[in-house]
Each structure stands twice: as structure tokens, then as C-alpha cells.
Write a protein that binds this ligand. Structure first.
Ligand code: MN3
Length: 204
């Protein structure tokens, strides 16, 4: 059993002009694939772990033997987070959420704009490499957080429904040091239909 990098669910250039073809290609085919490859390497002698869904492994990461735990956090996180990231963006998306998810965002953050502002702040403010997230916390409440490197919100018992990658490899070719421009452009790619699906699933 080995983990596999899911194929990119659209063409490399499908996210233009917000996300350029070259970055998408390198990000998926090199960075994402390397995480998956290194995860499988780390688990060579642990087929019992490699047989589990990655969500389960990261959700109980303290059960992973100490000798490989950091490798599983790094590469397992990288494998899972990127698979998730490609799913919640897409071509001809953007706009905003509807229905129960919109209602909950308004209830929690005051308005959709206030939510966007807080999420953007988390993404821009993440020092160094990492991710910003919207998810359900252990109490089932919507919650914004940011994580360092490939530390996973799953390991905190959260159910993620939205994320942005703010590692420099995610945006440097097009946006260089302008992380704020990457975050602003990324809102145009968010697949709110998929985010709503994840929200509904997480509530069950
Ligand atoms: Mn990345």
C-alpha cells in the first residue's frame, strides 16, 4: 500500500490569471509529489500505518512511533494539505458561500467581509511557511487558524473546510515577496460549492 498524489483536477493553466501555469505545474508535480514520495519512504517499514487513510494518521499523530513522527507530520501533512488545497479551488470560481455555510459565517464573524478580513489577516500574518485554515473546531464551531510548516489542523481535532498555502513555493514565481497579492488573488479561485460540501460533511 502506498499513498498517491491525486491528479490535478483541472489543467495547469486553468487557474490563470490568478494562479499561473508554471507555479501550478511545479507546485503539484514537484512539491506535492515530493511530499507523497517522502511520506511513503518514511513508512517503508510501517505498512500498518501506510494502510490507513492519511486523515486518520494525522488525526492520531501521537500514535505514530516517535522515530518517524516528525517525518509523518511533515510529509503526511504536505501530502494531505496539498490534496485538500487543489480540491477547494478551481477555474471560474470565487464569489462567496450560500445557504447554511453563509449563515454560519455571518453568525460567527459578523459578515462575509469580516470573515474574509480575518482569514486574510491569518494568511498574511503566518510567520514563515505554513497555511491558513477555516474549519470546525472540536465544539463544531467555525474557526480560523494558521499552522506552521505542515502541522495539520487534523492533529488538533479540527475539521478543515478551506485553506490557503502561504509557503513561498506556492506563490513566489508570480508574486515574489507580495504574499498579500497572492492571498487577494486566491479568493477568486475558491470553490465555495466544495467548501459547503465539506462543511455539511463535517457537521454530521
Ligand atoms: Mn505548497
Amino acid at each position: 500500500m502506498a499513498y498517491e498524489t491525486p491528479p490535478l483536477p483541472y489543467a495547469y493553466d486553468a487557474l490563470e490569471p490568478y494562479y499561473d501555469k508554471l507555479t501550478v505545474e511545479i507546485h503539484h508535480d514537484k512539491h506535492h509529489v515530493a511530499y507523497t514520495t517522502n511520506l511513503n519512504k518514511a513508512l517503508t517499514d510501517h505498512p500498518d500505518i501506510a494502510a490507513k487513510p492519511i486523515e486518520e494518521v494525522l488525526g492520531h499523530v501521537n500514535a505514530v512511533p516517535a522515530s518517524i513522527r516528525q517525518a509523518v507530520i511533515n510529509h503526511g501533512g504536505g501530502h494531505y494539505h496539498h490534496s485538500f488545497f487543489w480540491e477547494i479551488i478551481g477555474p471560474n470560481k470565487g464569489g462567496g458561500p450560500k445557504g447554511p455555510l453563509l449563515n454560519e459565517i455571518v453568525k460567527t464573524f459578523g459578515s462575509f467581509d469580516a470573515f474574509k478580513e480575518q482569514f486574510t489577516k491569518a494568511a498574511i500574518g503566518r510567520f514563515g511557511s505554513g497555511w491558513a485554515w477555516l474549519g470546525l473546531d472540536q465544539a463544531g464551531k467555525l474557526h480560523i487558524c494558521d499552522t506552521l510548516n505542515q502541522d495539520s489542523p487534523l492533529s488538533q481535532g479540527h475539521a478543515p473546510i478551506l485553506t490557503i498555502d502561504v509557503w513561498e513555493h506556492a506563490y513566489y514565481l508570480k508574486y515574489q515577496n507580495r504574499r498579500a497579492d497572492w492571498v487577494a488573488a486566491w479568493w477568486n479561485l475558491v470553490n465555495w460549492g466544495k467548501v459547503a460540501e465539506l462543511y455539511d460533511a463535517a457537521r454530521k
